[in-house]
Design a protein around this ligand. Structure first.
Ligand SMILES: [Zn+2]
Length: 167
């Protein structure tokens, strides 16, 4: 995302550093930072991985892991639990941090920088129902994962690292 006008005084903004813009009138600085998001890998007892088919754009119809954006005043863990419940109706018994992956999210004709906090989880209840921005939920055999159908680059890296560690 590249700001064009100052939200405070509507003055023109100019780039002063790689990720810093400044208003030419009031000197307000705009720092470009990624938005935190999260995603989770969950396996069933057959060792298959849970995927969510996206109901909405961006990347409608592509495969996603459950997860989403963080709300104000939430921890990464709380937001992961909330997103998972909103999208599947399910609950998690275990949540383990795996690592983070930066990426881009194209929305409303803008590129948002994101950084995805990635978790590994265990399911409490087996019964899941696609809700919210999820069209369908299903488990996929590790060898059948189609990486070209995965919605976002950071998730591909997350899945590949996860599968590598599993071997
Ligand atoms: Zn200004």
């Amino acid at each position: 995302m590249k700001p064009n006008y100052c939200p405070k005084c509507s003055g023109k903004v100019k780039k002063i550093e790689k990720y810093v813009f400044e208003c030419v009138l009031c000197k307000r600085k705009e720092y470009i930072n990624p938005k935190p998001t999260n995603a989770i890998i969950i396996e069933n007892n057959k060792g298959e991985i849970l995927f969510a088919k996206r109901k909405e754009n961006p990347k409608k119809g592509f495969l996603d892991l459950t997860g989403g954006f963080i709300n104000p005043n939430e921890t990464m863990e709380q937001s992961m639990m909330r997103e998972f419940q909103e999208e599947t109706g399910g609950k998690l018994t275990e949540l383990k941090y795996f690592g983070s992956y930066p990426g881009n999210y194209f929305f409303q004709n803008e590129n948002l920088y994101v950084v995805v906090a990635c978790f590994i989880g265990k399911l409490k209840n087996k019964k899941l129902m696609a809700k919210d921005d999820v069209e369908e939920l299903f488990f996929v055999k590790k060898s059948d994962i189609k990486f070209d159908k995965i919605a976002f680059e950071p998730l591909k890296y997350f899945l590949k690292d996860y599968l590598k560690n599993k071997k």
